[in-house]
Design a protein around this ligand. Structure first.
Ligand code: G6P
Ligand code: MN
Length: 447
């Protein structure tokens, strides 16, 4: 079994490799192909993986290439985790928006639209190459904004592309722990779009335990999302939102905090990663330990702005444990490769799951996965308070894809202006001007 990772020089690739090393089962991944545009990053990650596989019997054979076609040929699974424009791009996404007084964030609001506008053209080209060179491969998309990118790729790959995110799993686990339940034994009822979903129930043995949590203020405010949204608001909506909903429910506060921090998240990570790649280049023999401390640093600072906004002082150990997207990816590959039927929350085409969206809209919902791929399961419809947001943001996703396909500036302005977190068409125009003047990758958008 061959797995190709696009973005193979990325900082989180050792996590995927770790997950592969822990898989001792029959039919596991035996060949790992890393693809990246930057040979220096590939070399650095190569050192980390070489040290990580020491003392592990039969590790997958690792190769690296900067040639996309070579990387894709013969792949059984393609894992896409690229960052078009790098962290410098992420910093500009954040900054231009904050300068206009609107939210600047990696995947939500104006920043997410800008990131989508430069990523979708690249994702479409990759999807076309996969369709031509590895038409049987399963494609796991982690590239953000994951909902938009997965939907764009599905135009060429249909249901062979499946989007993943670690945030629903992390939320489910935190809610289970707050209730004293074993996460492995729960059925999580969750639905929405990527980074725009709600946990509506947590079931064990036929019983929904969410009402018990909503009634217990101490338990409800014992975990990250409970502290972030507050018991009253959670009882009002009767669901636990994904952490990214803070940007919709507390927009002013989020913008104010982001405008006042010394460095945006993108800037913090850009510094950290420059240091990481530089340190490994200078001392490749210590690559693994350099990576391990950099990873701890990244995780401990994750969500710092949200915590500041919600007045949360420190993180619980449970909250620190990352959602583990590499575990989601491995669980997905195993279910497909071994026909081991399982249920995972994934980004797939809607079919008839959520009646407010059409069949091709990519949604984030529980899916049954086996060798035939991922199919959404039948779930309750979205509550009324969620419907407007989901439809509005899906219209934005669609405008981003349409702008990327047609290269139209007017459609790009439409995508920005339709976003619930952009409060004026004039601001949308200024945002696009700002992004285009700072991001060369957006030059393709013309009148
Ligand atoms: C979570 C989300 C990802 C997002 C990441 C940002 O894992 O699910 O979609 O990219 O957080 O984390 P970072 O450390 O890059 O700020
Ligand atoms: Mn995500």
């Amino acid at each position: 079994m061959r797995l190709t990772i696009l973005g193979g020089g990325g900082f989180r690739v050792p996590l995927v490799h770790q997950a592969l090393l822990s898989d001792r089962g029959e039919g596991r991944i035996t060949e790992l192909v890393l693809h990246d545009l930057d040979p220096g990053r590939l070399a650095a990650i190569g050192h980390v993986l070489a040290q990580q596989e020491q003392d592990v019997p039969d590790p997958p054979r690792v190769t690296a290439t900067t040639d996309l076609d070579e990387a894709l040929t013969g792949a059984d699974f393609v894992f896409s985790a690229i960052r078009v424009g790098g962290l410098q791009g992420r910093m500009i996404d954040e900054k231009v928006a904050l300068e206009q007084g609107v939210l600047g964030q990696e995947t939500v609001g104006a920043g997410g639209v800008a990131y989508g506008l430069r990523t979708v053209p690249v994702a479409l080209r990759i999807a076309q190459r996969i369709a031509a060179l590895a038409p049987q491969a399963w494609v796991i998309n982690f590239t953000n904004p994951a909902g938009i990118v997965t939907e764009a790729m599905s135009r060429h790959l249909g249901d062979r592309v499946i989007g993943i995110c670690d945030s629903p799993v992390g939320l489910g686990r935190r809610v289970a722990h707050a209730l004293g339940l074993d996460p492995a034994k729960t059925w999580i009822d969750y639905a929405g779009l990527n980074h725009l979903g709600w946990l509506r129930g947590i079931h064990v043995g036929g019983e929904n335990h969410l009402p018990r949590l909503l009634a217990d203020t101490d338990a409800l405010t014992s975990f990250e999302e409970g502290k972030m949204f507050g018991a009253d608001w959670l009882r009002t909506i009767g669901a636990i939102p994904n952490e990214y909903l803070q940007y919709y429910y507390f927009t002013r506060e989020a913008v104010a905090v982001a405008q006042n921090v010394p460095q945006t998240r993108g800037a913090v990570l850009a510094d950290q990663q420059d240091r990481f790649y530089d340190a490994v280049r200078r001392d490749p023999g210590s690559a693994l330990s350099i990576w391990e401390s950099a990873r701890l640093e990244r995780e401990s600072t994750y969500g710092a702005e949200s915590r500041e906004m919600a007045g949360i002082e420190s993180r619980d150990e449970d909250d620190l444990e990352s959602g583990g997207y590499e575990k989601v990816a491995l669980a997905l590959m195993r279910a497909i490769a071994h026909d081991e039927r399982t249920t995972l929350i994934l980004n797939v085409r809607n079919r008839s799951t959520l009646s407010i969206l059409d069949a091709d809209a990519v949604v984030e919902v529980p899916c049954v996965v086996d060798s035939a791929g991922a199919r959404p399961v039948v779930i309750d419809q979205l509550p009324e308070h969620a419907r407007g947001l989901v439809c509005g943001v899906k219209a934005v996703d669609r405008a981003v894809i349409e702008a990327a396909v047609g290269g139209s500036r007017a459609t790009a302005v439409k995508a920005l202006a339709l976003h619930p977190l952009v409060d004026s068409v004039t601001v949308a125009r200024r945002l696009l001007d700002g992004y285009q003047s700072r991001i060369p990758d957006l030059a393709y958008l013309r009148a």
